[in-house]
Design a protein around this ligand. Structure first.
Ligand SMILES: *[C@@H]1O[C@H](CO)[C@@H](O)[C@H](O)[C@H]1NC(C)=O
Ligand SMILES: *[C@@H]1O[C@H](CO)[C@@H](O)[C@H](O)[C@H]1NC(C)=O
Ligand SMILES: *[C@@H]1O[C@H](CO)[C@@H](O)[C@H](O)[C@H]1NC(C)=O
Ligand SMILES: *[C@@H]1O[C@H](CO)[C@@H](O)[C@H](O)[C@H]1NC(C)=O
Ligand SMILES: *[C@@H]1O[C@H](CO)[C@@H](O)[C@H](O)[C@H]1NC(C)=O
Ligand SMILES: *[C@@H]1O[C@H](CO)[C@@H](O)[C@H](O)[C@H]1NC(C)=O
Length: 407
């Protein structure tokens, strides 16, 4: 009986196995990065060169980085994307909104939220009562009151330089770096067993967190491979090494290689804040750049430890997910793509099979479960599609599609 049943099942099992793998490659084949790009560009605003009001200022820096990545894997739209990059470079510096960022949104104590006076998300009454109207972003360039925002633009312009070899973009990244460097080693938590380092998150000096410090590290390490420090003083490489050593001693990296949100200002200890996907990401490309600059593979080993801990912690089912989903505000939906984009940089230097599987599963899930008829992609990569998609959810998901196209 048993044997008979087993024999009867065999051909069926074989049939199921083939259709599944055929279905998987068919799914990969239907992913249309150009269609996703077209959907993103419906939100590009030609009057300010940003993806505003669909998303915000720092998210637009990420949109820029994403389209740069698309251009590098799709030659047929490269020229058209180079025009967008140049338009952003010329127009965006003149955009001067009243904006303010806070840490904490509802129950998510460590979720960033950016408020704008002229559009959603508006500052809530409690904010206005306490702080008054947000400051205008007076700087006529890519600087504002938040060092993390500056870091996103610095990395965006480095990516644009890599694509186009246009030195104006590299110079812009160096100008932004100098502003971040002005607070290097000058925070409440700047001295630890790893030496002097660290920058503030904000110009009001309220928080020392992982994201601003990873962005500073990655910018320094990237510039070390592309530029000479123009003003004398320490080289980009020296600063990158010093920053990493400080960061590793800061306590923000837990013993299982996950990275928390930041430090407590009173004690300078790890605040146990949310393990966000993007904080497991930005450091990866920085470590790859540093390993290139020093020809020392130990930095790549550390990157693998962090990447694998992140996948185990934040993608236990294979699909990457931030703890805030699906209510991640206007800033949280950007995070996941940043992790995948940086994992791709690590993969290109040091390929691992489990990363390929991760790229495939996430891209397929986005395309099959998290897309509407207009090829808009929403916040949760496991699906279902939830309204509304915007330039933040779209660009973040596109990081995943572009990574698959690049491997
Ligand atoms: C583009 O942005 C400007 C503000 O810079 C805004 O006034 C305008 O409405 C936006 N355009 C669209 C189509 O949303
Ligand atoms: C900056 O700090 C001051 C003093 O602590 C505070 O009153 C002000 O609201 C803060 N500004 C912002 C934009 O957070
Ligand atoms: C940073 O340190 C200074 C001086 O020790 C102190 O006055 C200030 O309150 C600290 N800032 C924070 C955010 O704890
Ligand atoms: C590589 O970097 C690590 C970490 O900084 C260091 O301990 C090691 O000595 C370096 N190796 C070489 C060959 O320089
Ligand atoms: C690593 O530790 C954090 C707590 O700091 C925990 O939330 C996370 O699940 C752990 N990750 C793994 C893979 O064990
Ligand atoms: C973009 O979409 C996300 C997810 O639906 C939403 O939380 C966010 O508020 C939207 N952003 C803007 C600026 O409308």
């Amino acid at each position: 009986m048993l044997t008979q049943a087993f024999l009867n099942l065999l051909p069926l099992a074989g049939f199921i196995a083939t259709t599944n793998s055929a279905a998987l490659s068919q799914d990969v084949g239907t992913i249309d990065l150009e269609a996703a790009y077209g959907a993103l560009q419906q939100w590009y605003n030609h009057s300010n060169g940003l993806w505003i009001p669909s998303t915000g200022w720092w998210n637009s820096a990420n949109c820029l980085t994403v389209v740069t990545g698309v251009a590098s894997v799709d030659n047929s739209i490269k020229e058209q994307i180079e025009v967008v990059i140049s338009e952003t470079f010329i127009k965006a510096p003149h955009y001067s909104p009243e904006m303010a960022k806070v840490v904490g949104m509802g129950n998510e104590r460590f979720l960033m939220q950016t408020y704008y006076s002229d559009r959603w998300p508006y500052p809530p009454p409690a904010y206005l009562q306490h702080h008054g109207r947000p400051h205008r972003k007076t700087f006529k360039n890519f600087l504002n009151d938040y060092y993390d925002d500056e870091g996103w633009w610095a990395l965006g312009w480095i990516a644009a330089y890599d694509l186009t070899h246009d030195h104006r973009y590299l110079r812009q990244a160096e100008i932004i770096f100098e502003d971040m460097y002005s607070v290097f080693g000058k925070t409440n938590c700047s001295s630890n067993s790893g030496g002097i380092g660290g920058i503030w998150w904000d110009k009001n000096h309220t928080y020392v967190n992982a994201i601003a410090n990873e962005l500073f590290f990655s910018t320094a390490a990237s510039l070390a491979n592309r530029a000479r420090r123009p003003y004398g003083g320490p080289t980009y490489l020296e600063t990158a090494k010093q920053q990493l050593s400080w960061f590793q001693s800061s306590g923000m990296i837990a013993s299982n290689f996950t990275i928390n949100d930041g430090l407590l200002q009173q004690t300078c200890k790890n605040n146990g804040g949310t393990i966000w996907t993007y904080n497991q990401g930005v450091i990866l490309a920085g470590l790859v750049e540093l390993s290139k600059a020093t020809r020392n593979d130990s930095y790549v080993d550390l990157a693998h430890d962090i990447a694998n801990a992140a996948i185990a912690t934040l993608a236990p089912s294979g699909i990457l997910k931030d703890p805030c989903e699906p209510n991640c505000g206007a800033d949280g939906p950007q995070f996941k793509g940043i992790f995948v984009r940086n994992l791709l940089v690590l993969f290109k230097t040091s390929p691992r099979d489990n990363y390929i599987n991760f790229f495939k599963r996430n891209a397929i899930s986005i395309w099959d479960n998290n897309r509407n008829q207009r090829n808009e992609l929403s916040v949760s990569w496991g699906g279902p599609f939830v309204s509304t998609a915007n330039a933040s959810t779209q660009s973040s998901a596109m990081d995943s599609l572009a990574a698959l196209a690049a491997v």
